[in-house]
Design a protein around this ligand. Structure first.
Ligand code: BG6
Length: 485
C-alpha cells in the first residue's frame, strides 16, 4: 500500500514548545511563558507572571530559535515534504494589542520559512497553537473578551499578508475543541487565555470564548481567500473518538452527545453555522452568550478549505444514572476505561484503528480533504553511550497508525492531504512541561530541569521514517509486529 505522489509527509512542532528565546528580539511574554513543569500525571502550574525561583521549560525550549537551520537540514535528510509549526503571536505583537508588528519577530519567520523552501519543504503554519500574548490575559481576560477576537484577526492578517508567498497551508486554532474539557484550568488557559473566577460557570465561559474564536477563524479565512486564492486555510481539532462503553441505548446517546460536544467547533468552521442542538442546549442552560446576528453572518463567509486534526487516542463514555434529556457531556467526569486498548506510560489509550475510524467519521460528516497534523507517542527514550536511541515502541506506534491511515486512503477512498507526526524533534511537552516525554525522531540532549548540551541525535525512528517516506508508505518495517489486528 502506498499514498499518492503529492502526499505531504512531514513532522510537527509548535513555537512555544521548541523555540525558546522567550524574550529575544522584542518578544513579549506569552501564556506558555508563565507555566511551570510538572510530572507524568500532574498539571502544570500557571504563575502570576514570571516568578524568580520557578523553572519555566518553554523559556529555552530546545533553542529552535537559534538552531533551526541544523534542525531543518535533519528534517530534509528524513525526506520531509512539509513541516508544521506555529507562529508565536507575542513575537509579532508583544502585547497583542499593538497596531504595528515587531519587525524583528517577522524577520525570524522569514528566515525559518526560507530555510524550509531551500529544501523544498512546505511550511504548514498554525496561527494559534496554545499561546497568546500574556498581556491579553491580564488586560482583557483572554478570549472571554471580544476585543481579543479583533486582536487575533489583526495578528493573523499581518502574518498572512507577510508570508502569503512562503506559506500556502494555514491552520487557525490548534485543537480548538480541547476546551470541551472546560473544568481543566490548563486547557482553557492554553487554548483561550481564560482563567475561571470563583463562582463562575466554566462551561458558559468556554462557549463564549470558543464562539469568539470560531468567528475570528471565519474572519481570517475570508480575509485570506480575498487576499490570495492560492492559500488554503484549515481548522484543527483533536480527534479523540468517544466510544459508547456498552451497547446500552443510553450509552450510545451519551457517546453521540459527547461527539457532538467535541465536534461542534469543526461543524461551525466547516459548515459556517451552529448545529441546532447546541443553540437549544445553550438556551436551555441559560448561558446568556454574546452571539450576534452579525457573527452568524460572518461564520457563513469563512468556511475552511480543509480539516486538520491530531489523533493520539480514543475515549469511552457511559451514561450517568438519571441522565437528563440533553445527555450533557463533561469530559472531566464522563470518561470511562476502555479495556480493549492498552495505555501509554502517561495513560493515553493507544488505538490505531481509531485513526481509520476518525478519517471515515470526518469524511462522512465534512466531505473535505483531511490532514493528519499530529499523531505520536510520548515515551522515555534512552541515549546509549554511542549516541543511539532504540525507540522501537515509537516505530511500532507510528507504523500501526500509518497502516490504518493507508487503509483509509486506499480501501475507503478518503482524501488525506498529508501526515505530520508529533513531533519532528523532541520538544517540551505541552501538558506536563517535561522534556522526558519525548515524541521526536531526533533526540535532544536536555532533561526536565533544563540541563543538557542541547545536541541533536538521530533515533532509530529517524531512519525508519526516512524509509517510509522514500517508499511512499510502502515499507513500514515488518520487523515491528502489528498487533493492531
Ligand atoms: C497536542 C498538542 O495536544 O498534543 C501539542 O497540539 C502537544 O502541543 C501534543 O504537545 C502532545 O501532548 P503532550 O502534552 O504530551 O505534549
Amino acid at each position: 500500500m502506498q499514498v499518492p505522489e503529492n502526499f505531504l509527509w512531514g513532522g510537527a512542532i509548535a513555537a512555544h514548545q521548541a523555540e525558546g528565546a522567550y524574550n529575544t528580539d522584542g518578544k513579549g511574554l506569552s501564556v506558555a511563558d508563565v507555566m511551570t513543569a510538572a510530572g507524568n500525571f500532574d498539571e502544570r502550574r500557571i504563575t502570576n507572571g514570571v516568578k524568580t525561583g520557578e523553572f519555566y521549560p518553554n523559556h529555552e525550549g530546545i533553542d529552535f530559535y537559534h538552531q533551526f537551520p541544523e534542525d531543518i537540514k535533519l528534517f530534509a535528510e528524513m525526506g520531509f515534504k512539509c513541516f508544521r509549526t506555529s507562529i508565536a503571536w507575542s513575537r509579532i505583537f508583544p502585547n497583542g494589542d499593538e497596531e504595528e508588528p515587531n519587525e524583528a519577530g517577522l524577520k525570524f519567520y522569514d528566515r525559518l520559512f526560507d530555510e524550509c523552501h531551500k529544501y523544498h519543504i512546505e511550511p504548514v503554519v498554525t496561527l494559534s497553537h496554545f499561546e497568546m500574548p500574556y498581556h491579553l490575559v491580564t488586560e482583557y481576560g483572554g478570549f472571554r473578551s471580544r476585543k481579543v477576537l479583533d486582536c487575533f484577526v489583526h495578528f493573523a492578517q499581518a502574518v498572512i499578508t507577510r508570508y502569503q508567498h512562503k506559506v500556502k497551508y494555514w491552520l487557525t486554532f490548534n485543537e480548538i475543541n480541547n476546551q470541551t474539557n472546560y473544568d481543566r484550568a490548563f486547557t482553557l488557559f492554553t487554548n483561550s487565555g481564560v482563567q475561571i473566577h470563583e463562582g463562575e460557570n466554566a462551561e458558559a465561559v468556554m462557549y463564549q470564548a470558543a464562539h469568539y474564536e470560531v468567528v475570528a477563524s471565519a474572519k481570517v479565512v475570508k480575509f485570506a481567500h480575498e487576499l490570495n486564492s492560492n492559500l488554503l486555510i484549515g481548522a484543527m481539532v483533536a480527534f479523540s473518538p468517544v466510544y459508547p462503553a456498552t451497547d446500552k441505548p443510553d450509552d450510545l446517546l451519551k457517546a453521540q452527545r459527547a461527539m457532538q460536544s467535541r465536534f461542534w467547533f469543526s461543524d461551525v468552521q466547516v459548515e459556517g453555522s451552529y448545529p441546532a442542538w447546541l443553540r437549544k442546549y445553550q438556551a436551555a442552560k441559560q448561558f446568556n452568550l454574546d452571539i450576534t446576528d452579525a457573527d452568524l453572518a460572518v461564520l457563513k463567509q469563512g468556511q475552511v478549505d480543509y480539516l486538520g486534526f491530531s489523533y493520539y487516542m480514543s475515549f469511552a463514555t457511559a451514561a450517568r444514572p438519571g441522565e437528563d434529556e440533553f445527555y450533557s457531556y463533561n469530559e472531566a467526569t464522563d470518561l470511562v476505561e476502555n479495556k480493549y486498548v492498552p495505555k501509554s506510560d502517561w495513560g493515553w489509550q493507544v488505538d490505531p484503528k481509531g485513526l481509520r475510524y476518525a478519517l471515515n467519521w470526518m469524511n462522512d460528516r465534512y466531505h473535505l480533504p483531511l490532514f493528519v497534523v499530529e499523531n505520536g507517542i510520548g515515551a522515555i527514550d534512552k541515549l546509549t553511550v554511542s549516541h543511539q536511541v532504540h525507540d522501537d515502541y515509537r516505530i511500532k506506534y507510528l507504523r500501526d497508525h500509518i497502516k490504518q491511515m493507508e487503509l483509509a486512503i486506499n480501501d475507503d477512498g478518503i482524501d488525506v492531504m498529508g501526515y505530520t507526526p508529533w513531533s519532528a524533534i523532541d520538544i517540551v511537552s505541552a501538558s506536563t512541561g517535561q522534556l522526558s516525554k519525548r515524541y521526536g525522531f531526533i533526540y535532544v540532549d536536555r532533561d526536565d530541569q533544563g540541563n543538557g548540551s542541547l545536541k541533536r541525535y538521530r533515533k532509530d525512528s529517524f531512519y525508519w521514517y526516512q524509509k517510509v517516506i522514500s517508499t511512499r508508505g510502502e515499507k513500514l518495517g515488518d520487523e515491528y509486529a502489528d498487533d493492531s489486528k
